[in-house]
Unconditional design. Sequence first.
Length: 602
Amino acid sequence: MSVTPQLCKTVLAAALAAALAMPAMAAAPVTAAAPSPWIEASNRNAAIVLAAQAQFSPEDASDTGLAQYDGLAADLGPDITGRHVAAMQQARGKLQQKLELERDERIRQDLEILIGAVDQEIAGARLEAQYTLPWVDVPQMVFEGMQSLLQEQRPAARRAKALERLQRYVGQYPGSTPITQQAQARFTEKIGTPGLAGPVRMQVAQSLENVPTYIAGIRKLFADMKIAGAEPALAAMEQQLNAYAAWEKQVVLPLARTDFRMAPELYAFRLKQVGIDIEPRALVERAQVAYLETRAAMQALAPVVAAKLALKGVDGSDYRQVLRALKADSIPNAQLEAHYKGVNTQLEQRITRQRVVDIPARAMTMRLASAAESAAQPAPHMRPPPLIGNTGEHGQFVLPVSNPAASGKGEAYDDFNFAGAAWTLSAHEGRPGHELQFSAMVERGVSQARSLYAFNSVNVEGWALYAEAEMIPYEPAEGQFIALQFRMLRAARAMLDPMLNLGQVTREEAGRILTDEVMLSKAMARQELDRYTFNMPGQAGSYFYGYMRILQLRAETELALGDRFDRLAFNNFLLGQGLLPPDLLAKAVREHFIPEQKKARG
């Protein structure tokens, strides 16, 4: 349950989420707002950072909307960290010069956001080089690089560039070197360096299991999009990815570690990177309280749900039994997409009727994930639209139905395919959650500093959980019940991720909590544990922490305005700020929203 970040990873990390294979429904074009002069000026500053990053990860720049990078591929060449850091330092120097001369408060704030993002990228590259062997999941990287371009919503001219990118990946384009060869060289040259830890063994094993799925997924993308002349490159890709997997078995696996915990300095950085600015133990303490409170609320609601749905043979005093009964009434995969779309429509009607927030008149896009997408991103997610040069593309709410990485079994989830789950999951990934959040940035006009470079999980996921909470009063009892289950999961994440990485709980103990108390399926619990221990350590707590920060700001604003508080105006204001970090968002509310509301409402 997340949104796909763009341009927020180190250069040696694989792209984090799945893109789109085919649209689920037709929708009216997105109309991007004409930028104001100050936003245009700010975006020229952001272009400095984009150009520096695109030298090393052009796929991200392309995915953001910069078509000039469509045919290019990642650089994993010699001295990648040194060259990457040098390029970012040069960009920082240019930004610092502009900050010293700038007088517009809004542009200065954006420059500070950009400088902070550059500093964080430099720190991350150096820490990774200091503590880890530079292993890359190349098959996943290639799949995501192809899927990013081979989307129905992309203009045909952009889709056609996928062949050039693939040729660069496999070394068939003039001047290119196979990406597998580059990745092997970077790993091999660091073997034996004191202090460098190998990747987590479970992560490498999972990657190996997924290679056939990624190869099949790439071939399907080229076939579906009817890209002519791709077979020579596809054949080379298949041979090279299989050879890379054989090399991983021989070289990488023996150096992989069974203890997933990383260096404390690296974990602390991961927390900072996602936006968590409190000590992990403080996060654990707050999450533990919320976990127990939410579980109690779920227990109180369980008899109401059991009585309403006339669940026979179910002890309504046990929330676990009620949840099992709800899950047992599953929706077949063939009907799942239509069911979710129906719930999305009902939510939109209630958002408008209850004046929660303004939403676009156009339809929202939701679809099921392919097997390859599920392997790359096995949790429900929203893929944002391009935030630069958008030509009518929309965000995509993507729902996986299985976890292909579950020890090769492809175990099915039972967490999202029943009626009660569709409500809060749609509110989170769709409207008024992520889909609206990113649509607002495109359609209302937000600077690239606030959409691309203020991006972190706390900013993004905090809004999505807040959106869930806004809709709970307007959902049926079973929807409210599952909303509480998901909220309990977010509290569990915020306590288990730090506890695992601080050595305070074992993976087995954490798994028991997720399956026996939060009541996740084994496949979903495995996905969660993989997230905490090697896929995205530190990220899982961002949901709870971001939600808590928005609730604090909402309470402060309501107290300041009293009966003059207008929820619709407040929520629209939050969306209009883009992805400002919590402190800057609170500053905007205190200095602009509250005074303006007091003045307007007398």
